[in-house]
Design a protein around this ligand. Structure first.
Ligand code: 4AD
Ligand code: MG
Length: 460
């Protein structure tokens, strides 16, 4: 098997190595050339040293930034490269050239906006390499966290006939001819003739099916892509994003908040322990407070307070907000960030939101006005988790569904869980890219997913 640079950099000098990767830089003079090679396994490059007189001049001309090389040579102790070892090249083969006249990743310090236009190449930059490795590590840590605690990974469908959040922000899935769809006698499109025999869309959340799993297997989680056709052009919204959604039987809202806090702290600690090189790079190049902020989160207890208490703090703050505050309004990012960054200076879990701004499935409080929803609010991000204890009473759930005039024909199976062996249960959804914004210090959610989907963009 081919050794990766990450492994080679750990080896003792003396051996022969074969290494393949892409040229980051080449410098030197007529006596010696230094090629920095990167194969994506680590942020660190392997320095290849070669004596230009021992190689064909035409070959060396092809060794330019972005070219792909296969190199053999001796691993020797390095004096100046910043690494313990470097390779003394014996053979160099150019597997793929990258014409310096047109290869777009020449100089350092391209803007994030420009890099989004070349999303097919940006994984080759140091920043995106670091972000993508951290993204992998966090996905792995999520599976590890739940597996170690006896949660089962439940695969929930991506194509669905129900709107979990009830916000109507769904992408339709159809094979009907948009120019000429079949119509019923009332003139409306006849979806019984569509592929699934009904109107279907891409899911906004795996929660409803997750609840079916939890009420059979106990503790489950689903982790997959979710889709929202909300026209929000913000640094925190994607039209296609990944969500982690655990759902737990017999958890009340306090058990839920304990899990939310423990889960995030575990992931942040995992990043600090397993992604040190990439975090050090991002701390240096992107956000000088990153590592301190990550450490502070694992060391502090999150504040827990009710929505009503939160509104009081905002009203008394004397702060002028773009969106005015009053009991009943949905909190905007500016309000959430005021609480987290200015008032408490630590993560906050808000609970007991007005029922009118939350989804139908949340457990209703006795006051008749609020529900047992929890949002976890984070510095720089705002809402990172949305969750709740679920309404387990058949009567209360169906009354709420009626109040909201929801169409129950596609929800009969969900309502059945409250009819047969209903149980208290809770769950939450963590936006994977919001977590990554926090862990990487990147400013825009488009830059923590390899190929972002946002309004008017789906190129790569
Ligand atoms: O608060 P939300 O809408 O909650 C749900 O979907 C629940 N069904 C989850 C559950 O209880 N199982 O979304 C959950 C999280 C948000 O807190 C946010 O982190 C993220 O998903 N999120 C988005 N991330 C990126 N782009 C978007 N457009 C997002 N919308 C929500
Ligand atoms: Mg939410």
């Amino acid at each position: 098997m081919i050794k990766r640079i990450k492994e080679i950099l750990q080896e003792a000098p003396g051996g022969e190595v074969l290494v393949k990767g892409w040229v980051r830089t080449k410098r030197g003079n007529k006596n010696v050339a230094f090629i920095a090679l990167n194969d994506g396994s680590t942020i660190n490059n392997l320095q290849v040293v070669c004596d230009p007189t021992a190689f064909d001049e035409e070959l060396l001309k092809k060794v330019t930034t972005g070219a792909c090389l296969s190199v053999t040579g001796k691993l020797v102790e390095s004096v100046g490269s910043g690494q313990a070892v470097e390779v003394q090249a014996r053979t160099i083969e150019v597997l793929g050239t990258a014409d310096p006249e047109i290869y777009p990743l020449q100089k350092k310090g391209h803007s994030m906006e420009f890099l989004r236009e070349i999303a097919h190449l940006r994984p080759r930059t140091n920043t995106f390499g670091a972000v993508l490795r951290i993204r992998h590590a966090m996905a792995f840590a999520i599976h590890k966290y739940f597996n170690d605690r006896g949660f089962f990974y439940l695969h929930t469908p991506l194509i669905t006939a129900s709107d979990c959040e009830g916000a109507g922000e769904m992408f339709q899935v159809t094979t009907l001819d948009p120019e000429n769809p079949p119509r019923g006698e009332d003139g409306k499109i006849d979806y019984s003739q569509d592929f699934f025999g009904r109107h279907t869309s891409l899911t906004v959340s795996g929660q409803l099916e997750g609840e079916l799993g939890a009420t059979a297997l106990g503790n489950i989680y689903t982790f997959g892509p979710t889709f929202r056709a909300e026209n929000s052009n913000t640094p925190r919204h994607l039209a296609e994003f990944w969500m982690v959604e655990p759902e737990m039987a017999f958890y009340d809202v306090n058990d839920l908040m304990d899990l939310e806090e423990d889960f995030i702290k575990y992931l942040v600690r995992y990043a600090l322990e397993n992604c040190a090189d990439d975090l050090a790079f991002l701390n240096k190049m992107i956000d000088p407070e990153l590592i301190d902020r990550l450490k502070s989160v694992i060391d502090t207890e999150f504040v827990r307070l009710t929505y009503t208490e939160g509104i009081d703090i905002l009203l008394k703050s004397g702060q002028k907000f773009e969106f005015p505050v009053s009991w009943g309004v949905d909190l905007q990012s500016e309000h959430e960030r005021y609480l987290v960054e200015k008032h408490f200076k630590k993560p906050v879990i808000l609970t007991d939101y007005p029922k009118d701004i939350k989804a139908f499935y949340m457990k209703q409080n006795d006051d008749g006005k609020t529900v047992r929803g929890t949002d976890v609010l984070f510095p720089k991000i705002g809402e990172i988790i949305g969750g709740s204890e679920r309404e387990s009473s058949l009567e209360k759930l169906t009354r709420r569904i009626d109040e909201l005039k929801m169409d129950t024909t596609n929800l009969w199976w969900y309502i059945d869980t409250r009819r047969f062996g209903t149980c208290p249960h809770s769950g939450f959804g963590l936006g994977f890219e919001r977590l990554l914004l926090f862990v990487t210090g990147m400013a825009n959610i488009r830059d923590v997913i390899p190929f972002p989907r946002t309004p008017k963009t789906a190129e790569f």
